[in-house]
Ligand binder design. Structure first.
Ligand SMILES: Cc1cc2nc3c(=O)[nH]c(=O)nc-3n(C[C@H](O)[C@H](O)[C@H](O)COP(=O)(O)OP(=O)(O)OC[C@H]3O[C@@H](n4cnc5c(N)ncnc54)[C@H](O)[C@@H]3O)c2cc1C
Length: 483
């Protein structure tokens, strides 16, 4: 081996670790720099939470099913990997989202952007809010902005600006689908900093959203986006064969000899005198590296670092995680009575159901089911509702079917069912999360060459994980090449 050759170990072959590997490889190639990597994945397959099953004409996502296009990193990566023609958006004809309200599905009023009503007509007509609730939301125009910059819970913020009904019937159910979290605990600064910014800039969320809508219209006159490179985009994008296509494309570009699958890491040791990391695998294999990118869940990274820095380990262990599951059910289209006229529905906690959200997959992404079948995907578990994830497969499916019967009137037997359990899979960002990250960054200064990335830190969605993987690779590359 060339003496100046520098080696990076990447722990975790989810989308974060794979993006980090790809970026590092590209940086080394473009700069002709002697930097190589080994990616260690503990499981027998790569992709982490990204898991697509294809079954008799169905494309079934066990984990994420799409990514938000406003955050550019996933689209950008797809383009770089030559996946432009595989990208596909959501159905443009049937875009309604429903909210379960007193046992009935009520249309989310048109013009609600994120959580904020921006069109008066549909808002006044909706049965989702009481007249008093609507008046309370309107007070957002005149309630003064907060004077301090300190973090608060998402529910606390929405309650302060828009009232309790907006918390229960909009914020909590719509956001549970993203974070599987409890809005009363979730940090506003870590999850929706744009709301803080709107309040500070416009003094009102509604005024701020209206201004944003005007800006968006000016940028994309047709109302739908066209990203650079002219891929027609909808708010959520995916790949025709499922998000595993992204994993497969990344893997196909990476040097095969650099990937170790089924290689579970047990410990990371920092040898400060040698500026070297010793990485021990569960099977006893010992590896050394000049830098390490840990793209594993925070509680795993804490275990790996158990013999390095007790304060860092404690802070990593403090990142809470919740468990979730997805249950996909397919039915014969003939005789299926529900029109599936929209993207699906979300369920407020007070409705007391097992299902947190249900995507009408074969409407939202029509190519994901054969023409004579329909496909639904239900999301269960999350903060305060995790016990359902531990049910047997049969009981879990029955629980979901009970809910679908009550909510949508589905009495038919499914022709296919798939359950994917995700134990301790969804990191939570409670109030103070950004302070914890600052504390973690501070401790990391004592471990030069160690970089942490992934859903536990600065964004849980696929685009944010890709961005964090890219950034970790850039920082590792700089650390090794700029002395
Ligand atoms: C059910 C569900 C639905 C979701 N839906 C969406 C969605 O629609 N859109 C969206 O944008 N996001 C969604 N997300 C979030 C998103 O999928 C994840 O946040 C993201 O995929 C996490 O990527 P990651 O690489 O950081 O972590 P992971 O995917 O968890 O990867 C970490 C990897 O580290 C490996 N590992 C762990 N321990 C070790 C060890 N000791 N040694 C070696 N390897 C180890 C794991 O096996 C795993 O492969 C969803 C998440 C879930 C759970």
């Amino acid at each position: 081996m060339n003496l100046s050759q520098k080696k990076v170990i990447i722990i975790g072959g989810g989308i974060t670790g794979l993006a980090a590997a790809y970026t590092l490889q590209e940086l080394a190639r473009k700069n002709q720099a002697p930097v190589s990597f080994t990616l260690l994945e503990g499981q027998p397959r790569l992709g982490g939470k990204i898991l697509t099953d294809t079954d008799t004409g169905f494309v079934i996502e066990g984990g994420p099913d799409s990514f938000i296009s406003q955050k550019p990193w996933a689209l950008e990566l797809c383009r770089q990997l030559g996946l432009k023609d595989r990208l596909t958006g959501t159905n443009r004809e049937q875009t309604a989202t429903y909210i379960l309200h007193h046992g009935r599905l009520v249309n989310l009023p048109e013009g609600v952007m994120l959580l904020v009503p921006t069109r008066l007509g549909p808002f006044i007509k909706t049965p989702l809010f009481s007249p008093l609730g609507k008046l309370r939301m309107g007070l957002d125009w005149i309630i003064p902005k907060k004077q301090t910059a300190e973090d608060e819970s998402l529910a606390g913020f929405v309650r302060r600006r828009l009232g309790q009904e907006a918390v229960e019937r909009l914020a909590e159910p719509l956001l549970a689908g993203i974070y599987a979290g409890d809005a009363e605990q979730m940090s506003l600064a870590a999850t929706f900093p744009q709301f803080m910014e709107l309040e500070q800039r416009y003094g009102s969320l509604i005024r701020g959203m209206l201004a944003r809508r005007r800006e968006m219209r000016e940028r994309t006159p047709s109302g739908t986006g066209t990203s650079p490179g002219t891929i027609p985009t909808t708010m959520f994008m995916t790949l025709k064969g499922g998000l595993s296509e992204l994993v497969a494309a990344l893997v196909s570009k990476l040097d095969r000899n650099s990937l170790m699958i089924g290689a579970e890491v047990e410990r990371i040791h920092w040898k400060s005198g040698l500026s070297t990391y010793h990485v021990r695998l569960k099977d006893g294999t010992a590896l050394t590296a000049d830098a390490v990118i840990a793209a594993s869940p925070a509680y795993v990274t804490a275990d790996l670092l158990a013999e390095t820095d007790a304060t860092l380990v404690r802070m990593l262990r403090e990142v809470p995680y919740v468990s979730t599951a997805t249950v996909s059910l397919a039915y014969q289209k003939a005789g299926f009575r529900h029109p599936l006229n929209g993207f699906g529905f979300v369920v407020p906690r007070r409705e007391d159901r097992s299902i947190m959200a249900c995507t009408w997959t074969s409407t939202k992404f029509p190519h994901r089911a054969p023409g004579d079948q329909v496909l639904l995907r239900c999301f269960v578990g999350g903060a305060g509702r995790e016990e359902v994830v531990g049910l047997s497969e049969k009981d879990l499916v029955n629980r979901v079917r009970d809910d679908l019967r009550a909510i949508m009137g589905i009495t038919e037997d499914p022709v296919l069912s798939r359950v994917y359990r995700w134990e301790k899979a969804n990191p939570q960002y409670p109030v103070g999360h950004l302070d914890r990250l600052a504390g973690i960054d501070d401790r990391l200064t004592r471990l030069p060459g160690l970089f942490l990335a992934g859903a536990a830190y600065r964004g849980v969605g696929v685009p944010d994980c890709i961005r964090q993987g890219n950034e970790a690779a850039e920082r590792a590359f700089k650390y090794l090449t700029v002395k």
